[in-house]
Design a binder for this molecule. Structure first.
Ligand code: MTE
Ligand code: MO
Length: 201
């Protein structure tokens, strides 16, 4: 596995106040676990990651194939809608750009689907352009199951519920479609800087 580092503008040098979206607090060294259901434990031999349209899988990677894809190291701030933010989290993973590289598409949205059935929707443009990854490493260690291991989506510029844990599929759509929390009234887009917590915000 090769790892390439990316630099980020909203980085360690900025004052904490500038890095905290409205209504959020700095959780410090803690890393809360927020899961709507039990933690799945899919054996790696049965794990795969698919990119598909509504019906077909257009691309599919086994665990070994996924680990062989070029990985990037990213350091980002994350923001949970329950108001904690965590600064400077360090991850390694595959850019979604890379996963979509051989999948020409006119899709506008993506529905991320997890082991256990969790879903969340994101505009395709928010997953591309070096803004989202499928990560398998946190702070230099394999991603812990409670935090989404073996692999989770990381979309740090949106509220953290968009970063689907235990990711198994990215479905390309030509329309927006609410996922799990969005169906319960959370915002369809979820920009922490515009405090888009609930539909109507
Ligand atoms: N599959 C799945 N992904 C999920 C969730 C979940 O319940 N299931 N919770 C979301 C929410 S609300 C948040 S804040 C983050 C929490 O990630 P963490 O437990 O690693 O802090 O994961 C998101 N991704
Ligand atoms: Mo959350």
């Amino acid at each position: 596995m090769s790892v390439l580092s990316r630099g980020f503008g909203r980085g360690r040098g900025r004052p904490a106040d500038d890095r905290l979206p409205p209504g959020q607090y700095d959780v410090g060294r803690e890393f809360p676990v927020l899961s709507a259901g039990p933690t799945p434990h899919t054996p790696l031999a049965q794990w795969d990651l698919a990119v598909g349209d509504g019906t077909d899988a257009l691309q599919r990677w086994s665990w070994a194939e996924f680990r062989d894809l070029p990985h990037e190291a990213v350091t980002v701030d994350i923001h949970c809608v329950t108001k904690w933010s965590k600064f400077g989290t360090r991850w390694e993973g595959v850019a979604v750009d890379r996963l979509l590289q051989d999948v020409p598409t006119t899709a506008t949205h993506v529905l991320a689907t997890s082991d256990g059935g969790y879903t969340t929707n994101v505009p395709l443009a928010d997953l591309t352009g070096g803004r989202a990854w499928v990560v398998d490493t946190y702070e230099g260690e394999p991603l812990a199951p409670e935090h989404g291991g073996p692999a989770r989506l990381l979309v740090p510029h949106l509220y953290f519920w968009k970063s689907a844990k235990w990711l198994r599929r990215l479905t390309l759509l030509h329309h927006d479609e609410p996922g799990f929390w969005e169906t319960f009234g959370y915002h369809l887009y979820g920009d922490p800087w515009r405090e888009q917590r609930y539909s109507g915000d």
